[in-house]
Write a protein that binds this ligand. Structure first.
Ligand code: C5J
Length: 230
């Protein structure tokens, strides 16, 4: 059993029964020149999560942990894009339209894919999701249950949207989630802070919040793991 320092209290897991879930680290959200930046967001706030997530990804692979990647996006014919989602925001260029990195949030397009730094390896499930939560209209639950996974370590973007929605969905399905604070990010610093507070409040009403350095220490006991400079 491994234990990770976390809030509101230690997160314990068997390495064989935990999955690393990396949410929506897609070019359109994270890379300069993508949809997120075109909407006026500062993507450097999201990019802070890349290096710690890459370290966690490497350690998880080394430990033989199940690694799952998710991508938010839609079929090229947009048949799974709710009209309400398409209309929201009255965007001049929105989901399904030609954007700076191909059609925005459309499967198969360059911008929809995962950033090079966190590219999935063969054998790692990539879950394509039409919504914010990774369980809604996907086979994520079946993938996890078929491997007896009951605990999730969660990284990705954005903290208050797809990360929070996924953690809440997971919680209602009986999963324990550890969210790594330095491996999730938001375009809005205040939302980042509050979204993490919400998860760990009231004795961990939705889950646990920890730091990647403490997970790395738990995965490599005996090995000195220093906290990288922020
Ligand atoms: C958003 C996400 N923010 N992955 N998607 O629309 O959080």
């Amino acid at each position: 059993m491994a234990t990770v320092r976390a809030e509101p209290y230690e997160f314990a897991f068997e390495p064989g029964q935990v999955a690393l879930v990396i949410i929506d680290m897609q070019r359109d959200f994270v890379d300069p020149g993508g949809f997120g930046e075109a909407l006026g967001n500062d993507v450097s706030l999201l990019r802070r999560a890349i290096a710690p997530t890459a370290r966690v990804l490497a350690a998880a692979r080394q430990a033989g942990m199940l690694v799952i990647h998710t991508r938010e996006g839609h079929r090229p014919d947009l048949a799974d894009l709710p009209p309400a989602k398409k209309a929201r925001g009255h965007l001049k260029t929105g989901i399904g339209d030609a954007g700076p990195m191909g059609r925005i949030l459309v499967r198969g397009e360059y911008g929809h894919d995962i950033i090079d730094e966190l590219r999935p390896r063969a054998g790692e499930p990539v879950v394509d999701k039409p919504g914010k939560g990774a369980f809604y209209a996907t086979d994520l639950d079946a993938i996890l249950r078929s491997r007896d996974v009951a605990k999730l370590i969660v990284c990705g973007v954005t903290t208050e949207v797809c990360v929070n929605t996924t953690v809440r969905e997971a919680n209602d399905r009986g999963y324990d989630c550890l969210v790594l604070a330095d491996c999730v990010a938001s375009y809005f610093p205040e939302f980042q802070r509050v979204a993490l507070e919400m998860i760990k409040a009231q004795g961990g009403i939705f889950g646990w919040v920890g730091e990647s350095a403490d997970l790395l220490a738990a995965l490599a006991p005996g090995k000195e793991t220093t906290r990288p400079a922020a």
